[in-house]
Design a protein around this ligand. Structure first.
Ligand code: KG4
Ligand code: ZN
Length: 389
């Protein structure tokens, strides 16, 4: 069994996979996920309006022993059942990464089992493989079979990675190979949700609550710019943040109490629409340019990261995928924000591609010496799974 550990920011999380069943194709990735749990520190950091790194590291130290004890008890396993440990090595807060990483290395050493380092962003991307593709209208892939080589049915893929720290459009030929097509020049999409949400009086992290507030909002009451920079091959959200901040000040200062909630909801609706449109427009433009140049289209669109939990974004991507007849993979809500199931998923997928657990030491002889890497771009990820060796 594989134990996965995630501690890059403010969630302490662990997951347990029956990796042997996955490697022998007895079960799909999702069926192999036996259990996962998350201890969120959100309440602790809320009063500071953001994550306090030192507090987060200390909280991880406190949380992991309980999480591990509960996981072992609940699943009636003991240490000797563990055959591999995977943990996030970056990107993230250094102190936080070190807690999970040291724990993982310690367990791997004491049990003499291999350690598998995982890039957090790749965890987000490959968490999409925990769900079956949503087959779009007119797709060539009508008879998707879960146990047949899932990767052949999904890759090459166009990936939208949208989290609190990242907004990237990525082309991927296969797991492990990522080419960044566009990324944000300033704030990430999640950051834009969080910062504008805070201006609307919502607690950090404000993405989910801004989206909830927008449910009562009316379309077209306010107009905000769609966040498209001059160099329109990239993303930018700082202009939207400035415009939203002006709008909030203008509309909500000295407003009568009984009007306040509706105006907040109308602004939230417009903010959400503007962010979602900036994201989907970029995908649309990219697919259009491939189609015009008669270049091969991706087999799927993957949307992942915390912002992938946003219902409006999920629906807009589905509409787009129907226009281009491309299947779409979006993780279930519980796997969108930080969790350890995604870290285990990335490890399981790569270990299978390597040829099994006994190949880890060949491909990654220095895995136990892998440092915590606070800045770790997705396109340099092949170093964590010995690709090209
Ligand atoms: O991936 P994630 O959990 O952490 C990072 O690795 O950054 O993403 C967290 C981000 C936060 O900015 C949060 O506000 C945003 O995801 N988020 C949402 C929703 N749920 C979480 N944004 C918009 N709508 C949501 N439903
Ligand atoms: Zn994340």
């Amino acid at each position: 069994m594989l134990l996965a550990i995630e501690s890059s920011c403010d969630e302490s999380a662990i997951a347990l996979y029956d990796i042997e069943a996955f490697l022998s194709s007895r079960s799909t990735l999702l069926e192999s996920l036996l259990d996962h749990s998350i201890s969120s520190q959100i309440i602790l950091h809320q009063e500071y309006g953001g994550v306090v790194p030192e507090l987060a590291s200390r909280e991880h130290v406190r949380n992991f022993p309980h999480l591990l004890e509960q996981l072992f008890k609940k699943n009636r396993i003991n240490q000797s059942d563990i055959t591999c440990i995977a943990a996030t090595v970056g990107p993230g807060l250094k102190g936080c990464l070190l807690v999970g990483l040291s724990l993982a290395k310690g367990i791997a050493t004491s049990l003499s089992v291999p350690f598998f380092p995982v890039n957090h962003l790749e965890g987000h991307v490959l968490s999409a493989l925990l769900s079956a593709p949503e087959i779009s209208k007119d797709s060539a892939l009508k008879d998707y079979k879960e146990n047949e080589n899932i990767e052949d049915q999904i890759f090459p893929s166009l990936i939208l990675l949208v989290s609190g720290g990242h907004t990237q459009l990525i082309h991927s030929e296969c797991p492990g190979r990522y080419e960044i097509i566009a990324q944000t020049m300033d704030d990430a999409a999640g950051e834009a949700f969080d910062k504008i949400g805070t201006l609307l009086g919502l607690k950090y992290p404000a993405g989910a609550s801004l989206s909830k507030l927008a449910e009562n909002g009316r379309r077209g009451v306010f107009k905000l710019p769609i966040a498209v920079p001059k160099d329109s091959s990239h993303f930018s959200f700082s202009g939207l943040k400035t415009a939203a901040s002006r709008l909030i000040e203008k509309e909500l200062t000295d407003i009568e109490d009984d009007l306040r909630d509706q105006v907040r909801a109308d602004i939230a609706y417009e903010v959400q629409s503007s962010i979602v449109k900036a994201l989907t427009d970029k995908i649309d433009k990219h697919l259009q340019s491939l189609s015009t140049a008669l270049k091969p289209m991706p087999k799927s669109i993957i949307v992942s990261g915390g912002v992938a939990a946003n219902v409006m974004l999920r629906n807009e991507i589905r509409s787009l995928s129907n226009i281009y007849s491309i299947n779409v993979l979006i993780p279930a809500q519980e796997f969108c924000t930080d969790n350890a199931a995604m870290i285990g998923a990335a490890a399981c997928v790569h270990i299978k591609r390597m040829g099994g657990l006994d190949k880890i030491n060949y491909y990654l002889p220095d895995a136990l010496a892998h440092p915590a890497v606070p800045r770790f771009p997705l396109d340099s990820v092949s170093m964590t799974h010995g690709m090209g060796r």
